[in-house]
Design a protein around this ligand. Structure first.
Ligand SMILES: C[S@@+](CC[C@H](N)C(=O)[O-])C[C@H]1O[C@@H](n2cnc3c(N)ncnc32)[C@H](O)[C@@H]1O
Length: 250
């Protein structure tokens, strides 16, 4: 594929895996079930953070430009578009983008889905008020480059939200042993522990792009009962918020 340049953030094995799963994205009882459960929780957080950053009522998104980078089949793009945001969803897996287009079309939503990694799929000079990197940085080849390529498209004053999995013993036991091997709610090989991202690593990648760190929140997911909830600690799943300071007049 043309976008897989030597500096690509794409891991071909990951994209092939997501391509194979594409038909199951919107099946709440299939292999994407954990993502649906986590999404029910994290969507509220996304809406809250947007409301705080832009001084709006929660869920009032009209006029905001949002890019969901690594959007899969659009679990987040759709509810944001339905609330009035102008949404661009990008993903390197062609089958996921096809599934996303099909589903949003059936729902009557206008979402600009694009195939590729951020560097190629976002246009020069294209800026967004909100950038979402949700459960994606642990699947890319170079997390810092991926964050940099996406953050280059954040407007001044804009919000970047990233959710991922911390690289701890606990995350190995729960996200890999528990979810993939014991409860088998995720296909084996969904996650590579070495690819998980510690909050300080994510923070450094964001700071290198001039972003300022804000709120951080932990999430827990219990595969046995398919429930997710917020936690104080960040030892497994977490979501972090950053913003780009307003440009100051010279
Ligand atoms: C775990 S899924 C998360 C999907 C979505 N963000 C969500 O949370 O519902 C990760 C997605 O990232 C995509 N992805 C992985 N590497 C990518 C890259 N370098 N550029 C763009 N998309 C990528 C995969 O194809 C997959 O759809």
């Amino acid at each position: 594929m043309a976008f897989m340049t030597p500096s690509s953030t794409v891991r071909v094995d990951e994209i092939e895996r997501f391509n194979r799963l594409a038909a199951t994205w919107w099946d709440r009882t299939g292999p994407m079930r954990p993502l649906h459960v986590v999404n029910d929780l994290r969507l509220g957080y996304v809406l809250e953070q947007i409301a705080q950053r832009f001084g709006r009522p929660v869920g009032a998104l009209r006029g905001l430009r949002v890019a969901d980078v690594g959007c899969g089949a659009g679990l987040v793009c759709e509810p944001l578009a339905a609330r009035g945001a102008t949404v661009v969803g990008i993903d390197a897996a062609a089958n996921s983008i096809a599934a996303a287009r099909l589903h949003s079309g059936a729902a009557g939503l206008q979402i600009d889905y694009r195939l590729g990694e951020p560097e190629a799929a976002l246009h020069d000079g294209e800026l967004f008020d909100v950038l979402l990197l949700l459960e994606v940085v642990e699947h890319v080849d170079d997390m810092a480059v991926f964050v940099r390529d996406a953050a280059a498209h954040l407007a001044s004053g804009g919000l970047l939200l990233a959710s991922t999995i911390n690289r701890t013993l606990r995350s190995y036991l729960t996200a890999i042993v528990g979810a993939e091997r014991v409860f088998r709610v995720l296909p084996r090989g969904t996650h590579q522990w070495a690819q998980f991202v510690r909050p300080d690593e994510l923070g450094r990648a964001a700071a290198a792009c001039g972003l300022v760190a804000g709120d951080q929140r932990g999430m827990a997911y219990l595969p046995a009962v398919h429930r997710a909830w917020w936690t104080r600690g960040l030892s497994v799943n977490y979501i972090a918020s950053f913003h780009k300071p307003e440009a100051t007049a010279p």
